[in-house]
Every structure is written in structure tokens, then in C-alpha cells.
Design a protein around this ligand. Sequence first.
Ligand code: S3P
Length: 171
Amino acid sequence: AARPGERRSIVLVGLMGAGKSAIGKRLAARLDLPFHDSDHEIEAAAGLSVADIFERHGEAHFRAGERRVIARLLSGGPIVLATGGGAFMDAATRALVAARGISVWLRAPVPVLLRRVAGRTHRPLLNAGDPAEILHRLSALRAPVYAGADIIIDSSEDPPEMTTDMTMAAL
Ligand code: S3P
């Protein structure tokens, strides 16, 4: 656990389309903390897009990179971190987040998520079949794990950054 008075990192978790990046950027500006996005860090480290990493090296390889990147990002001073939707499913990552930061689950119903991710083709998991079906399945699988976050915020309002004040207030 953090020492009293120590500023902790804020780690945003939740499904694709939950608003992790949009809200994270605003939160970081308000809190005067650096903002990081684990997907972007992985892309920079690999020199490949997330979709290309999945395609060329497979999801397991991506997950290993994701775990390493998040560990590195949380090893320094406090930041606001938007994680990829699957990152919090990893037990080691959850333990690290619990030790170094405050986790926030940005929760929104599947129809809202679907509307937000519609037409965006850079998410390999959604290209594997019917996006509605996939999001419903991921939601059922992940919600019980996301529910272990320290704070839960309903992010179904549009645009998602509208929820920034509510998130600030809950921190
Ligand atoms: C994933 C979510 C994506 C990205 C990858 C896998 C997931 O991030 O990490 O495509 O497993 O939910 P966003 O949640 O930022 O879209």
C-alpha cells in the first residue's frame, strides 16, 4: 500500500469504448500528472500497431508486452494510466495496480460501447466476428474482475469525457 501523503497513480480499466483514454487525458490535465496509454506504449516499443502485434505474434505475446509495459509505467512517479481493455484480467497486473495506484472501472452498457467503437477497425478482438456478440461475451467475462477495482464510475454519458468531474470527485 502507498505511504500516507504519497500521490498514487490512477489506473483506468474497462472495456473498449468505455472512455479510458478520453477521460484519462482530462484527469491527467486536472491532476497535473503525466498521462500514459498502455496500448500506445506497446506500439512504440514494438514499432507495430496493436492489430499487427496480434496478427504477427499472437495475443499471448501482446499480453506479455502489456504486462511489462504497465509494470514499467507504474514503477516511477504517479501517472494517469489508460490500460487496454484486457490488461486488468491479468492477476499480476492487478496486484501491481493495487500496490501502486488506485484503479477506476469505467463502466458502460454494451450498446453504448458498441456505438463508440463502431467503424473503428484498429481493435483486433472486434474484427474476429460480430462485434456485438464479442462485446457481450467480453463484458460477461470481465465485469466480475473489473468489479474488483477501487472505484466504479458509470461512463455511459456521451461524450465520455463528460464523466471526468464525477471521476475526480470519487478519487
Ligand atoms: C483489448 C483492448 C484494446 C487493446 C487490444 C485488446 C481488449 O484496448 O489493448 O485491442 O482485450 O479489450 P482499448 O480498451 O483501449 O480499446
